[in-house]
Structures are given as C-alpha cells and as structure tokens.
Design a binder for this molecule. Structure first.
Ligand code: MAN
Length: 361
C-alpha cells in the first residue's frame, strides 16, 4: 500500500470532499435515446462568471439486455452513428480490459467499449451538482469517430479554452475548443497529432507565447514523457522540450500525464499530474516548475498526494484509478482537485496550498 503525504500533525494533505463521489453515472442523462451512462469522470474544472464549472466525460453506449456489446462509432461523412455489434464470446476478440476491445491475433485495440461525450455541470455553493443532458462537445469530425475524452479547462484572457482527447481509428490526438459562456464551444481543430493526450494550457502567456504541456507516446525508443510547447496563436505549436518522465520502480513507473492546468504560486508553477504504476494503478502527484523556465522541474513529490483508497476509487468501471483533471484555488489558499474515480465517477479532494508546496520542498 502506498502512503500519501501527511501534514506535520499526521493528517493527510489531501482530504476527500465527501465519503462518496460528487457525480455518479445515475446523475447524468444519456446523450442519445436508448443509451446508458456507464461512467461520468475525468472532469475539467474552472471558475467562470462566478460559477464553478465542470466539463465531464460521459461514457455511454446503447443499453442491451441480450448480453451483446453495441458500440457506437461516428461516421463524419454521413453525419450519423453506425453501430458495431459484438458477441462477448467471440474468440477473435479480447474483452479482458473493460475499456477496450482488442483483436486477439494482433493485440491491437479495434474498439473502445463506450463512446464519450463532454457535458457541462455546475457545482453550486451547497455542493449540489447539476449536469446538463445535452453535450457541449459532440462528434462531427473524422478524428472524433470513437469519442471525446478527458477534457481540461483553462481560463485565458477571460475565455474558456478546452483541450480534450479526440479518439478515432487514426489514434488519440489533442483537440482544442474555445467558449465565452461555458456552453457554446467553437472547435479550433487538432493541436497535437496521435498519439498524444493530457494536454493542459497555462493560464497566461510567458514571454509573449502561449504554453502547453502535452504527453506524446513514442513508439520504439523512449517513454511517454510530459513535454512543453509554445505557440504564438494557440494553433501552431513548436519549440518542444521534454519536462519530466516516468520513474522506474516508483508509483509513477508506467504512465504519467499532466492533470490540471498549472497553477501559478509564489514558488513556481504547481502541476498536479497522474502516474500509473506497473500494475496500472493511477495516483496523483505534483511537480513544481520554474516560474520563467517552465520546462525546468524544481521539485517533485516522492509519494502520491492522493491514491485510490476509497471504495469508489478502488472499484468501479476500471478500479484503482484516481485521475486528476481539474484544480481550483479559493481566496483562502485551499485547492480543490477534481478527479475521475475508477473511470466511473467524479470526486474531489481538498488541501491547503501551503501543505502541498511543503510536500514539494
Ligand atoms: C488512460 C485514459 C483515461 C483513463 C485512464 C485510466 O490514461 O484513457 O481516460 O481514465 O487511462 O483508465
């Protein structure tokens, strides 16, 4: 069992907001008639126009009572969903990972088991959440044929910028969309081609250039490291630099990726990130990046700040996952991290910013 950071009085740095998730699949109306929602998770978060706004991933598929698996795929040319129907007994496929269907002969992922839409939710002062049924991001482009996943929100110059994974047979790419009101988003297009995920935008330009962290996946040589890129216009990205990587033998040995967009603190840019170990258990850590040279890591947590321990984190659609995707800091210096729990629900945890920074000393 991993041990998470504690403060000097012995309590955990991050405390869960409640003993149950903030949003569960039953709280979310499906996007299409006859669909069921299997997971609502990996929420982007931002305070905008006085509202605590979340953009959540709603993973859905047609409800079936005959045991068969029906998978929606969006056909952008015909502007409609086509459905693949699979028999879970079909020996050509491997269904052992609940998230994907693999072709047994090649090991390749040939389908996702759900189609994800992005939906708006608002969290009120009393901790009540209202999720809208109508998605804010729907598929309409060929590279969104398998769904839209894992959004991140940054408020930049008063506009909401949303990065998300666009998934299709071409791979997983990073897409960008912008909004002034949190409901109507205009898609800008892809900013990083496959395979790339977990892109977050910094909340302000540095030396006149926009900055993003992103996580390409090399094939052959190299590991999936977190990289940094610059842009003059949020469309063209370059001057890439590797920032930090996986650590063999550690809790973040297998996979890492930026979680919430970086938070500006007096010590530097605070970035919450996810790390998976060799058993596929996802936890949250943090790095502190240099304020002016954000590709330089000043400090990194040795242990996770939050690991799957609550029942809704250890089990669920894909158990053993704490996947941070949003963070907001209130005027009292308390940071709330919003995360996906077990690829099934949205949860949150809070810490004093000072305690997080102390863990990075
Ligand atoms: C990947 C992504 C995420 C997911 C985690 C854990 O990183 O597909 O959407 O939450 O795995 O399953």
């Amino acid at each position: 069992m991993q041990t998470c950071y504690r403060t000097e009085d012995g309590s955990l740095v991050f405390k869960r907001c409640a003993d149950r998730p903030l949003i569960a699949p039953r709280d979310v109306p499906p996007s299409l008639p006859g669909h069921e929602v299997l997971g609502v998770f990996n929420p982007a978060a931002a305070v905008h126009d006085g509202e605590m706004l979340l953009i959540v991933r709603s993973a859905e598929r047609p409800a079936r009572d005959d045991g068969r698996l029906e998978i929606p795929v969006y056909d952008a040319r015909r502007r409609t969903f086509v459905h693949a129907e699979l028999d879970p007994e079909d020996g050509r496929y491997d269904f052992s990972d609940p998230r994907v269907v693999r072709e047994r002969s090649t090991g390749r992922i040939v389908y996702l088991t759900t189609f994800s839409f992005l939906k708006k939710a608002v969290l009120d002062q009393n901790g009540q959440v209202r999720v809208e049924g109508e998605p804010v991001i729907c598929p309409d482009l060929p590279w969104e044929a398998w769904g839209m996943e894992d959004p991140r929100l940054t408020v930049l110059d008063g506009r909401l910028l949303l990065t998300y994974s666009a998934v299709s047979e071409h791979g997983v790419a990073v897409a960008l969309a912008a909004s002034d009101d949190g409901r109507h988003f205009t898609k800008t297009g892809l900013i990083f081609p496959p395979e790339n995920k977990n892109a977050v935008l910094f909340p302000r330009a540095i030396d006149g250039r926009y900055v993003a962290l992103h996580r390409p996946v090399p094939y052959g040589i190299g590991m999936p490291d977190v990289w940094l890129a610059f842009s003059p216009d949020l469309v063209h990205w370059g001057a890439h630099r590797p920032v930090f990587g996986v650590r063999r033998g550690w809790w973040d040995a297998a996979r890492i990726g930026a979680g919430a967009p970086p938070i500006e603190t007096e010590s530097g840019w605070l970035l919450f990130y996810h790390g998976a170990d060799d058993l596929g258990r996802y936890a949250m850590g943090a790095v502190l990046l240099d304020p002016d040279r954000p590709w330089e890591v000043r400090a990194r947590t040795a242990e996770p700040l939050l690991a799957p321990e609550a029942p809704y984190e250890t089990s669920g659609f894909f158990g053993g996952v704490v996947f941070p995707t949003g963070a907001v800091v209130d005027p009292d210096g308390v940071v709330t991290v919003f995360y996906g729990a077990a690829d099934e629900s949205v949860a949150c945890a809070r810490a004093r910013l000072d305690d997080v920074l102390a863990a990075l000393r």
